[in-house]
Design a protein around this ligand. Structure first.
Ligand code: ADP
Ligand code: MG
Length: 473
């Protein structure tokens, strides 16, 4: 079929665009979907072209699952492929070099206007009318308050720092940088700051934003020459919270924008709060000047809660959700889920739902029956599973870790993977070598010994333990 990007409602791509328009917010749709060129539109294959590498990566990493979820409803047999398709100019390497669209009409600034489902789709190369800019704070969860946050040795300091910031914004610790593993309460804690500040000072301008949305805003601003409008929103805050800042890695233009916004707020004694799943020094492809700003204030971490805290969290959650579970059930869950509070809560909800639906009393036996399969024992771990965790942790591709590449960025994760495979599976060294792309058994053996020795280094030990927490619940 002929190339097109302006059909709405026709063919698989037209229907998918309609579905995406409903599912994504206006800005995300305008920034990412409108620039797509449909290259093949067949019931079994949809091939979409993105105009530069940055967009291709971004859509693949952040929206591909949404595309796939919607596509399956429209054409269950269709496969989805995304590729670089650069119609007029040479491929851009980073967002700083994104093709700039024609200037916006000077008047409209940013508006929180409604979506316009019937708006004609501009051609990717020359949109007649840039879409309105919408800069909303991301939705917050009312339940995420200090009162609902259970404290223990793993999070006491972070909790106290967050409270101090909410009570004295802009003076206590600026910025406050909260870091910790997935599901350990970063978002909960920083939203608690927003809620407390709002109750104490109803006029405070609070902007809570995910990094993904911040990046969307900045790219949208660059593309449609509306950066001034975007800046005026971000720089007018009394409290700016940016959640999951690690996603800013490698995005130069967004880092520059963050840097200037940070400086403006800091100089005006306004509070900045940042969360991350990594320490500043571990965020890859981050400008030094940005990294150094992260370290200006206070860095606090959320560690996995100990058993007592896990039980206390479950008790509180059970009360909130009116689940009348006895302590045995709570201990059983707390003993088996060690590193992620979200999963801890998920188990409780699952047992509650199962008891209600099957009209049975919530007993320990019932909990064991419902949850047993969710608690993986070490015996079920495979080399492939471990390799995937290691790749996810270090943000490297499985294909690279299995390749013959020797740079430290790949070789070190590969050695860690080999070490963990040996430690947690019954696989032999030849099998482990094989699982890592057909390496020799001596490579696997040497890697194991090397990492075992290097476990004396705190950083290596931490890497290993954090990955283990991902699969040993
Ligand atoms: P993160 O942002 O670190 O991935 P979240 O803040 O989304 O984690 O927390 C995941 C879930 O666990 C949320 O429902 C949150 O309320 C809950 N949670 C995390 N830590 C605690 C805690 N200390 N007390 C109570 N609930 C918690
Ligand atoms: Mg979070």
């Amino acid at each position: 079929m002929a190339e097109s990007n302006d059909v709405a409602g026709e063919g698989v791509w037209g229907q998918l665009q309609g579905a995406l328009k409903n599912r994504l917010n206006t800005q995300a749709y305008a920034t990412w979907v409108r620039q797509i060129t449909c290259l093949t539109d067949e019931p079994k294959r949809l091939l979409l072209g993105l105009p530069d590498m940055f967009s291709l990566d971004w859509v693949n990493n952040h929206y591909r699952h949404v595309f796939e979820e919607e596509l399956i409803k429209i054409a269950p047999d269709a496969s989805l492929d995304l590729k670089l398709h650069e119609p007029t100019s040479p491929p851009a390497q980073a967002e700083a070099t994104l093709p700039t669209m024609p200037a916006a009409p000077a008047s409209d600034g940013w508006t929180a206007g409604p979506r316009s489902p019937s708006a004609a789709q501009p051609k990717a190369t020359a949109p007649a009318q840039p879409p309105p800019i919408q800069i909303n704070t991301a939705p917050m969860n009312d339940r995420y308050t200090f009162d609902a946050f259970v404290t223990g040795p793993s999070n006491q300091l972070a909790w106290a720092a967050a409270r101090a910031v909410a009570e004295n914004p802009g003076t206590a610790y600026n910025p406050l940088f909260v870091w910790g593993g997935v599901g350990l309460g970063k978002t909960h804690l920083v939203q608690s700051i927003a809620h407390l500040l709002q109750t104490r000072s109803a006029d405070a301008k609070i902007h809570y934003q995910t990094t993904e949305q911040f990046v969307n805003d900045v790219i949208h601003g660059i593309r449609f020459e509306r950066m001034e409008s975007i800046r005026s929103v971000y720089r007018a805050c009394d409290l700016l919270i940016i959640d999951d800042i690690q996603f800013i890695s490698g995005k130069e233009a967004c880092q520059a924008e963050f840097f200037h916004t940070f400086n403006a707020l800091y100089d005006a004694k306004k509070q900045v709060v940042i969360t991350s799943d990594k320490l500043p020094r571990e965020i890859k492809d981050l400008e030094e000047r940005v990294r150094s700003r992260f370290q200006w204030g206070l860095i606090v971490d959320l560690k996995p809660p100990d058993l007592e805290t896990r039980i206390a969290i479950l008790k509180k959650k059970a009360i909130t959700d009116a689940l009348n579970f006895d302590d045995q059930i709570l201990s059983y869950i707390a003993q088996n889920v060690r590193s992620n509070v979200r999963e801890l809560e998920g188990c409780l909800i699952r047992v509650g739902a199962y008891a209600t639906l099957s009209k049975r009393e919530p007993t320990l036996e019932l909990a064991q029956e419902v949850l047993r399969d969710l608690f993986p024992s070490q015996g079920r771990l495979t080399c492939d599973g471990i390799v995937k965790h290691v790749c996810g942790y270090f943000e490297v591709k499985v294909i690279d870790i299995k390749s013959t590449k020797r740079g430290r960025a790949i070789a070190y994760p590969r050695q860690i993977a080999m070490y963990l495979c040996r430690k947690h599976t019954a696989s032999s060294y030849p099998e482990i070598g094989n699982a890592l792309g057909g390496k020799d058994h001596t490579t696997a053996l040497n890697a194991f010994n090397k990492i075992k020795k290097r476990m004396a280094e705190p950083e290596v030990q931490r890497h290993v333990e954090e990955i283990e927490r991902m699969f040993l619940k």
